[in-house]
Design a protein around this ligand. Structure first.
Ligand code: UDP
Length: 331
């Protein structure tokens, strides 16, 4: 098959490109290298089945041209991180909504059979249904979550009307080698790994007893491939382990230089735990890597974060000021 991966030089996208190449697919990696990094795909550059296009999904003409004769589009390009989404919602709307619209319009124009979307489990917000199923009420708490959800709904709707086979994967907390180091405050793994390398204390939010459904990136890449080939489509599918882990457990596995507690953030759930039954039924997928194994794989590759920004508690306080101000009033 010939496939196009938007955001292919990003954290999850680069793992997906590798897996697709290993399975014999011809891969076009489409990435503007804003959050993605060329070193993430360096190992693929000379592979004859791999082609890299440095472009943004906001350039519709480029998308159209790049996706001619493609069988599947894996749409992973998007703006991540909460804080910048609160400060600059237009940028998030442009990339996550208009960008997704461009992708599905390119798919429509080029008669592409299937599109798989990287959606976010942040659409569930502060839920009280655990494990959280795909039919749970939605409550996005910040523009990142809202715009990712709007992207999902656009793709599924276009799929229904124009006969494109769309599947949307709602990803829980994806972690693993090459998780982003773009300088934005976010993703606990990147924050903690940089702190460990700098011999600084881990900035633990709240009590650290909150739990997250961490899913290993290699497993997530496999879920995408299955969603690109499975018989069913028009589906929203959680990609989760249903086995959440506490931040304190992560702290103990990372074995760093002590902890410093920082305030709990508004809009932040104490628990994420995705029901993964549908993933098993529809994709035949379930997570294979245990949390302990996954964290060890990250630690084996810790040098990747040697130039990542090291966040101190006072810098985090400053960075999250607008988050506390705007979202705190809803609590
Ligand atoms: N977290 C933390 N210290 C940090 C950043 C995050 O203890 O410096 C915690 C945070 O409270 C949350 C978990 O790590 O419970 C995952 O946070 P992340 O921002 O990676 O993902 P999300 O909150 O979106 O699930």
């Amino acid at each position: 098959m010939k496939v196009l991966v938007t955001g292919g030089a990003g954290f999850i996208g680069s793992h997906l490109c590798s897996e697709l190449i290993n399975c014999g697919d011809e891969v076009i990696c489409y990435d503007n290298l804003e959050d993605g990094q060329i070193q993430n795909i360096q190992h693929l550059i000379n592979n004859e089945k791999f082609k890299f296009i440095e472009e943004t999904i906001l350039n519709f003409e480029a998308l159209l041209e790049s996706s001619v004769d493609v069988d599947v589009i894996y749409h992973l390009a998007g703006k991540a991180d909460i804080v910048p989404s609160v400060n600059n919602p237009k940028l998030y709307f442009d990339v996550n909504v208009t960008g997704s619209f461009n992708v599905i319009e390119a798919a429509r124009a080029n008669n592409i059979k299937r599109v798989v979307y990287a959606a976010s489990s942040s659409c569930y917000g502060l839920v009280d249904e655990y494990p959280t199923t795909e039919t749970c009420a939605l409550s996005p708490e910040y523009p990142y979550a809202q715009t990712k959800l709007m992207g999902e709904s656009c793709l599924l709707h276009w799929g229904k009307v124009y006969g494109i086979e769309v599947n949307s994967l709602r990803l829980f907390n994806v972690y693993g080698p090459r998780s982003r180091t773009n300088g934005a405050y976010g993703s606990v793994m990147g924050v903690f790994l940089a702190q460990k390398l700098a011999s600084k204390k881990f900035t633990v939010v709240g009590s650290g007893e909150q739990v997250r459904d961490f899913v290993y990136v290699g497993d997530v890449a496999k879920a995408f491939m299955k969603a690109g080939k499975c018989k069913k489509f028009g589906e929203i599918i959680n990609i989760a382990t249903n086995n959440p882990q506490s931040i304190n457990h992560l702290v103990s596995l990372l074995d760093g230089y002590g902890v410093e507690f920082i305030p709990k953030r508004p809009g932040e759930p104490d628990r994420t735990q995705g029901d993964s039954t549908k993933a098993k039924e529809i994709l035949g997928w379930s997570a294979e890597t245990t949390f302990e194994e996954g964290v060890q794989l990250i630690l084996n590759d810790i040098d990747y974060w040697k130039d990542a920004r090291v966040w101190s508690s006072s810098e985090i306080k400053k960075e999250t000021e607008s988050w506390f101000k705007l979202l705190g009033k809803n609590e």
